[in-house]
Design a protein around this ligand. Structure first.
Ligand code: CA
Length: 235
């Protein structure tokens, strides 16, 4: 079972806070109540909630101002829940970094539907971000960690598993120099039979596969006396 999403309810009215809390608990969330802005900011510092429900009228601060402060510290989705229904508040609230707005009285089932919609959206963004990171494009080349493929001018180029790992390692840390022994450790592991010539051989093979002119490499460069680095063209 996946981890329950933590929902921070910032609300000073006990009745409302408790009703929301009970309802969220039934719907498999982990609700936490903060009755003041100070308490909410402390909670935010110590833990990172997945979602925030924010009342605009709190005893110790203005909800809009609190929303702005939360946004400075966190990207968490914020839904403003308030008795004030004017459009000014609505605009203000969203302008200060809130993601959604509901006015009291409100429907608990709609609240849960909106929380779920925001969490799904966050999940999707996170997945896209992760996916993006696993595909690195440089000039006419594309390396895909998930599929273990390397393309040059959209043509897939066959690489052995170790060739791929070495190339991905270098590309991932572009412009950083690695010694042969560092590369050996990183790709073949510490217990590899430590022959640094292995690296020389693999670097030569990679150059033959990815460079326009392997004897005068542009991407996989030798740093004399140190090792190798992958250089990006726009560096
Ligand atoms: Ca209130």
């Amino acid at each position: 079972m996946s981890k329950k999403a933590t929902v921070l309810i910032i609300e000073d009215e006990h009745n409302i806070a408790n009703i929301v809390k009970d309802y969220l608990r039934v719907h498999h969330f982990e609700p936490i109540i903060s009755r003041t802005g100070e308490d909410a900011m402390r909670f935010l510092k110590e833990q990172s909630p997945d979602f925030i429900i924010l009342d605009l009228t709190l005893p110790d601060c203005d909800g809009i101002e609190l929303c702005r402060q939360i946004r400075e510290k966190s990207n968490v989705a914020i839904l403003i829940l308030s008795a004030r229904g004017s459009d000014t508040d609505k605009v203000l609230g969203l302008g200060f970094g809130a993601d959604d707005y509901m006015t009291k009285p409100f429907s608990l089932s709609e609240l849960v539907a909106r929380i779920n919609a925001h969490l799904r959206k966050q999940d999707r963004l996170l997945q896209e971000h992760t996916k993006k990171k696993e595909i690195i494009q440089i000039d006419n080349m594309e390396i895909n960690k998930t599929e273990h493929t390397f393309k040059r001018d959209r043509q897939q180029i066959a690489l052995s598993a170790k060739e791929f790992e070495l190339l991905y390692f270098l590309i991932e840390s572009s412009n950083q120099v690695f010694s042969k022994s560092q590369l050996l450790d990183a790709i073949w592991g510490y217990d590899a039979y430590g022959d640094e010539n292995t690296i020389t051989v693999y670097i030569r093979r990679l150059r033959e596969k990815i460079e326009n002119n392997p004897s005068s490499p542009v991407y996989i460069q030798t740093v004399w006396g140190v090792g190798y680095k992958f250089t990006t063209q726009n560096n």
